[in-house]
Design a protein around this ligand. Structure first.
Ligand SMILES: *Cc1c(COP(=O)(O)O)cnc(C)c1O
Length: 386
């Protein structure tokens, strides 16, 4: 169980889980790059037996992560989807899962090609609370999976109301908090049972690690997922855990910088004659701007926009940007641009994509923390070329 501190967020990211190395005084945590640990007598050890099960570097990361979301427990694994898999294995076979209809493409693929064999998976627009209540009542799901804001349409679900409904109908609620990071949104404080992150994105923030984590106050659930992790094996390496610990230290200032740039870029796009529509939770034009404001302390660095034109124009635009790197993923210090229909969301059938609003002229930006003037100039040049 992790220690909850009373510190403010920017202090927690730097100090939670941290203490000088007892032997040397080293201020930074050592990378315990070891697979095993010496025992003084058979079965007598210092809490560490084998790195698949426990590792001191990873434990420090877990302690820090738990504190960031006011949770007692955190579990780290080798990717976000490894954590998602552990969560889905932890519920009984035959369970119903009620899941948001605009979730991350990989989550959708995991649910529709792997866990659909053992579970009954139903997708729903989680922003529509009336429908949510009907489905909770009708299907009695074990798990209610919310992503807010969603990827790539940035739809916002009222987390407080949605998780209260889940509680009423005895479903465990999970919120994928990857897009806001623990800095801008704290789903456990809003009523969620479990928070899920792809640490690959903002938590690590430097595009050099793949990893995932969950935070929860539910001991029995934590024990279950830890046992599954130990049994199935997707533990994160000590070095990757150390990199995330290092990345986390600047989470507070990075998120502020992402948001500052994203706001400017969103306003620039909103006025641009070659843009049909911009989706950014911080804009008054966002359909759930008020809910966003009430449950998030900021609006993050992700922007989605619709270009005026067809797939050819989108392709050309994406080829012309230089500073914005054309790549999947998000949440790193450098700006990225991508085309969900061809890239991250290609695993979702075209008809389903279009029902959701993921059209061929939709472009997603992960706004980095470079100088914003350079970012806007880069976009402007690409617009001029189409
Ligand atoms: C990337 C991502 C995931 C999956 O995490 P991996 O670390 O890539 O396995 C899940 N949810 C969201 C919102 C993501 O962006």
């Amino acid at each position: 169980m992790a220690k909850k501190t009373q510190h403010k967020f920017a202090t927690k990211v730097i100090h939670s889980g941290g203490h000088p190395d007892e032997e040397t005084g080293a201020i930074m945590p050592p990378i315990y790059q070891t697979s095993t640990y010496v025992q003084s007598s058979p079965g007598k050890h210092k809490g560490y037996e084998y790195t698949r099960s426990h590792n001191p570097t990873r434990s420090r990361l877990e302690e820090c992560l738990a504190d960031l979301e006011s949770a007692k427990y955190a579990l780290v694994a080798s990717s976000g989807l490894a954590i998602a898999s552990l969560i889905l294995h932890a519920i009984p076979e035959g369970s119903t899962i009620l899941c948001g209809d605009d979730v991350y493409g990989g989550t959708y693929r995991l649910l529709t090609t792997v866990f659909n064999k053992t579970h009954n998976v139903v997708f729903i627009d989680t922003t529509d609370l009336k429908r949510v209540e009907e489905k909770l009542k009708e299907l009695k799901p074990t798990l209610f999976w919310i992503e807010s804001p969603t990827n790539p349409l940035l739809k916002i679900t009222d987390i407080k109301k949605a998780t209260a409904l889940a509680k009423k109908y005895k479903a465990m609620s999970i919120v994928d908090n990857t897009f806001m990071s623990s800095y801008f949104q704290k789903p456990i404080e809003l009523g969620a049972d479990v928070v899920f992150h792809s640490m690959t994105k903002y938590l690590n923030g430097h595009s050099d690690v793949v990893g995932g984590c969950l935070m929860t106050n539910k001991k029995s659930f934590y024990d279950k997922v830890w046992t599954l992790q130990n049994s199935m094996g997707p533990s994160q390496s000590p070095f990757d855990s150390w990199l995330v610990l290092r990345g986390l230290k600047t989470l507070a200032i990075r998120m502020e910088a992402h948001q500052k740039n994203a706001k400017k870029v969103a306003q620039y796009l909103e006025k641009h004659p070659k843009v049909e529509r911009v989706v950014y939770p911080g804009l008054k034009s966002h359909p759930q701007h008020r809910i966003a404001k009430s449950q998030m302390s900021g609006f993050g660095g992700m922007i989605t926009f619709f270009l005026k034109g067809d797939i050819k124009k989108s392709r050309k635009f994406l080829e012309k940007v230089k500073l914005f790197a054309l790549a999947e993923s998000l949440g790193g210090v450098e700006s990225l641009i991508e085309h969900p229909a061809i890239m991250t969301h290609a695993s979702i059938p075209k008809t389903v994509r279009e029902e959701l609003g993921i059209f061929d002229n939709l472009i997603r930006l992960s706004v980095g923390i470079e100088d914003c003037d350079d970012l806007i100039e880069d976009l402007e040049k690409a617009f001029k070329s189409i």
